[in-house]
Design a protein around this ligand. Structure first.
Ligand code: 9MR
Length: 345
């Protein structure tokens, strides 16, 4: 039985979806399976319950090509604890169950972020109450997912965009806890469960620059002080042709601190429909990022932020390796080449 038929049968058994147009859905990318080529690393995607099981072609690609998933939104604070101590695990559970069904891992995302907070967290709490809320949030979510998370972005986007003048962003966490905010979240997470790899995840830290220098110093301090930290996530939301030259060197210097590193939210924004030339450049950019990970022993995974262009967080940016018809783009083949150690396309 072809993989496609098996998948459709399984999916149909789980949820009631029409399969009438099944014959017109795409086949799986010339038998190239990126998750296999990525071994010993993981190849991942941000998974989204809006599309999972609802868009059949999306579901086919996501069921086949990836070995690790990050819930794109489903574990964010406003989604998972919208009211104090009232948790809605449903959508995140769906992703975790799906990951298990295709023998893939899960990266949790995220605990401490200045965005996507429900109003009760942002507005009303004293420092003591916020501290209790943070610890309770981390504890309840990690207890719920005990044994199910390979990693978790404990800290997301907390480094300032105004380095070196300022180290951490100005948000509710730093307003209430100052420089103790990030260590607090990491310490609470480790106290619940020692298994998941604890990540600090951020953007604009991919190359060697003032922001990544600041994070590097922060991490040196954490390691010296015994603050629990296992890994750094480099988001890698890039515009076409703008992958930093120092990416690999930068990954290596963080790895040399004794940390894992990972590419956590990769996409390459075309800022339009693209043409043959820009699609080739996009493929080169994907190759460059994946190759940088492959060349870095402690780089454990490459995750793309979505699957197909029609469901990207960047409308009209066409930033992903599959197009709106879920056909593989040149970027897809470039990822395969990079994982296989083949030269830039
Ligand atoms: O892709 C996500 C989009 O669907 C959400 O509306 C948005 C706000 O929650 O977050 C997007 O994902 C972000 C990720 O969580 C953190 N790094 C930047 C990502 C793109 O904005």
């Amino acid at each position: 039985m072809a993989l496609r038929s098996v998948l459709l049968a399984v999916i149909s058994a789980i949820v009631s979806i029409p399969t009438a147009n099944a014959a017109s859905t795409p086949a799986s990318s010339n038998n190239i399976i990126l998750r296999n080529l990525a071994v010993p690393r993981f190849f991942g995607a941000a998974a989204n319950t809006t599309f999972l099981y609802h868009d059949l072609n999306y579901t086919e690609v996501i069921s086949t090509q990836f070995s690790i998933f990050t819930p794109e939104n489903e574990m964010k604070w406003e989604d998972i604890e919208p009211e104090p101590n009232s948790f809605d695990f449903g959508p995140a559970d769906e992703i975790v169950r799906f990951a298990e069904s295709v023998n893939a891992k899960v990266r949790g995302h995220n605990f401490m972020w200045g965005s996507q907070l429900p109003p009760w967290v942002n507005d009303t709490l004293t420092a003591t109450e916020l501290d209790r809320a943070l610890q309770n949030h981390i504890t309840k979510v990690m207890e719920h997912y005990r044994g199910k998370l390979y990693a978790i972005d404990v800290v997301n986007e907390m480094i300032s965009d105004n380095t070196p003048n300022e180290t951490f962003k100005d948000n509710i966490w730093t307003e209430k806890f100052g420089e103790e905010a990030v260590p607090k979240a990491l310490t609470y997470a480790r106290a619940v469960d020692s298994q998941p790899k604890l990540y600090i995840n951020d953007y604009s830290i991919e190359g060697i620059n003032s922001k990544s220098d600041t994070l590097y110093s922060v991490l040196q301090g954490f390691i010296a002080d015994g603050v629990p930290i296992d890994a750094v996530g480099f988001q890698c939301h890039f515009y076409l042709g703008q992958v930093p030259d120092t990416l690999q060197q930068n990954l290596q210097r963080f790895a040399d601190l004794g940390l894992d590193v990972a590419i956590t939210e990769l996409d390459i924004n075309l800022q339009g429909p693209g043409n043959a030339t820009s699609l080739e450049q996009q493929a080169k950019d994907y190759w460059t990022v994946v190759n940088a990970c492959v060349q870095t022993k402690r780089c454990v995974s490459v995750t793309v932020w979505g699957v197909s262009d029609d469901h990207s967080w960047i409308p009209g940016g066409n930033p992903l390796p599959w197009n709106a018809e879920k056909q593989p783009k040149p970027a897809f083949y470039a990822i395969a080449d990079a994982f296989e150690g083949k030269p830039e396309p």
